[in-house]
Design a protein around this ligand. Sequence first.
Ligand SMILES: Cc1cc2nc3c(=O)[nH]c(=O)nc-3n(C[C@H](O)[C@H](O)[C@H](O)COP(=O)(O)O)c2cc1C
Length: 232
Amino acid sequence: MEMSVRTHGTLVQRRARARPVRRTAGIDDPIGNLSRAAHRRPGGRPAARGPHNPAVILILYAHPHPRRSSAGRTLLDGVRDLDGVTVHSLYDAYPDFAIDSAAERERIGAARLVVWQHPLYWYGVPALLKLWWEQVLVHGWAYGDGGNALSGKDCLWVTTTGALPDAYSDNGVHGHPFEVFVPPVRQTARFCGMNWLDPIVVHGAHRLQPEALRAAASQYRSRLAAYVERHG
Ligand SMILES: Cc1cc2nc3c(=O)[nH]c(=O)nc-3n(C[C@H](O)[C@H](O)[C@H](O)COP(=O)(O)O)c2cc1C
């Protein structure tokens, strides 16, 4: 099964490896995963994950309809059980869009890698992630005088699109190469002093077979596992 995954602007066609999907708690458990065996410490006690004891990697998952998701959910299920990873589903946490900015800042504080994962909506991030940027990444904390809370952290963008790669070209239905739509996300991270890592972009999410989606999830998992290995 062929799939298309674009990382750092490079289209990778690869054969999907047959790998069983881990069907874990799913996104009905938006924040904690605290009771999951995979998150237990060697001593058997669950790793406390939350604002006061953050993981190495914090995934901010911004899917407006998490329970209807196929691609995003498959990607997330591929990584959520990794030790050192915490998933924070923004649309589950804030269905009313009333973001607790102070809690968000505290949550992100000690994570070394911040992941922004979402479906591409109108060539950008879904509304709640945009609002999260506006309300959490504020002057004096994320940028400007004394605003160095995110400085030196790493940022990974993980997004899925409905369109196949060819649609993102001058003659394609979206009229521009996909790279044209990257700078608003990349520069948001860089403006806050974060290091921009090679993104994971899964194109044509609707058309990919389950095996291809699982292959993308496997790639995602490898990236995060390697990061935890280096920084955990
Ligand atoms: C409101 C809306 C806007 C969208 N905008 C885009 C877009 O700009 N470019 C694109 O390729 N796909 C677009 N899509 C398709 C989604 O990106 C696609 O359905 C999603 O990545 C599939 O992932 P999921 O199975 O996790 O929902 C849009 C979908 C919706 C509902």
